[in-house]
Write a protein that binds this ligand. Structure first.
Ligand code: V91
Length: 143
């Protein structure tokens, strides 16, 4: 049975996705090579809730992470991890309206930049890094 659709109507949902990152406090005895804590997220803009039409979001991390496919089924659609480097991750959005195909976004995780001598500048080490992209989910002839 096919879903009845509304011809000629287009719905556009602006979204923002990306990450924030903060430096982990230096440990006297480094028992881990993790230098950063980061949160990757996908949200609506101006506080618009996307949970009304997004059923679940799957964040696919680098394969070296345990359980690299992280499924989030309720807002906020975000995950927080720690790590030492930058890598590309994917963000797959699946919709409550089953007839809408999933959308996969790609984001290059961003951490603090290092100086040539391997240090992080004093001015930036106390500030979170923020790296976000704007995009739009476009639904044509919605049901
Ligand atoms: O950094 C990069 N790739 C990365 C992949 C994973 C990273 C990471 O941070 N972690 C894996 C996770 C674990 N640690 C221990 C057990 S699981 C913490 S970093 C590339 C290489 C050059 C430039 N960018």
């Amino acid at each position: 049975m096919s879903t009845k659709r509304t011809k000629g109507v287009t719905i556009v949902y602006p979204i923002v996705y990306g990450n924030v990152a903060t430096l982990l406090p230096q440990k006297k005895v480094p028992d881990s090579d993790h230098t950063h804590k980061w949160t990757v997220s996908v949200k609506g803009i101006n506080g618009q809730e996307i949970g009304h039409f997004v059923k679940k979001v799957t964040f696919k991390l680098h394969e070296t992470y345990s359980n690299p496919q992280r499924i989030v089924e309720h807002p906020p659609f975000e995950i927080t991890e720690t790590g030492w480097g930058e890598f590309e991750l994917s963000i797959k959005l699946q919709f409550i309206e089953g007839s809408e195909k999933p959308v996969t976004l790609y984001h290059n995780l961003r951490l603090h930049s290092y100086e040539d001598d391997g240090s992080i500048s004093t001015s930036s080490k106390n500030k979170p890094v923020q790296s976000f992209q704007y995009d739009e989910l476009v639904f044509t002839d919605p049901p």
